[in-house]
Design a protein around this ligand. Structure first.
Ligand code: GDP
Ligand code: MG
Length: 164
């Protein structure tokens, strides 16, 4: 069967946007604010003759900051249990936040391959300096992308399929 790739990250970082771009259609609901979205959603994706199943683990996203972390832990655990490769997505505009670090620790301990992605790098010249702080997560080189502008996705997918 095909390898499974799961997208994990805080609400509003762009998980569903990335999922839809890779799926080639609007399957997952994109929202301007964190909130209730659809349950886990799957799509088949091809990249350079490699096929995989992509999961948006967004699910029901919490409104309260208090439960964001526990929800992220739950999503990360689903990804650890079901995925062959995890795309951990962060947001250059919000920067590195504490819940990113906590989930990164959890992913690192799992030993699963993780591709660290920094989204919303809509202008590589302007925001590249802000990408480097994500090295502090200790889970590898941060790959800058803009899901909305479809920038950096080839490099990201190359990093994903390198783990198959
Ligand atoms: P999710 O909660 O992680 O699934 O995030 P969504 O995909 O719903 O996106 C949250 C918000 O971020 C929406 O307003 C998106 O349009 C916006 N967004 C997603 N990707 C990008 C990006 O690459 N650049 C910018 N500037 N905004 C983005
Ligand atoms: Mg979503």
């Amino acid at each position: 069967s095909k390898p499974v790739v799961a997208i994990v990250g805080r609400p509003n970082v762009g998980k569903s946007t990335l999922f839809n771009v890779l799926a080639g259609e609007m399957i997952s609901i994109v929202k301007d604010t964190p909130g209730v979205t659809r349950d886990r959603i799957y799509a088949d994706v091809d990249w350079l003759d490699r096929e995989f199943t992509l999961i948006d683990t967004g699910g029901i996203e919490p409104d309260s900051r208090d439960i964001i972390l526990s929800q992220m832990r739950e999503q990360a655990q689903i990804a650890i249990d079901t995925a062959d490769v995890i795309i951990f997505i962060t947001d250059v505009k919000q920067g590195l936040v504490d819940s990113d670090s906590k989930v990164a620790d959890m992913l690192r301990r799992s030993g699963k391959p993780v591709v660290l992605v920094v989204n919303k790098v809509d202008n590589f010249d302007k925001y590249m300096a802000d990408v480097y702080e994500f090295y502090n997560l200790g889970i590898g080189d941060p790959i800058p992308i803009s899901a909305a502008s479809r920038l950096g996705l080839g490099d990201m997918l190359d990093a994903v399929i390198a783990h198959f």
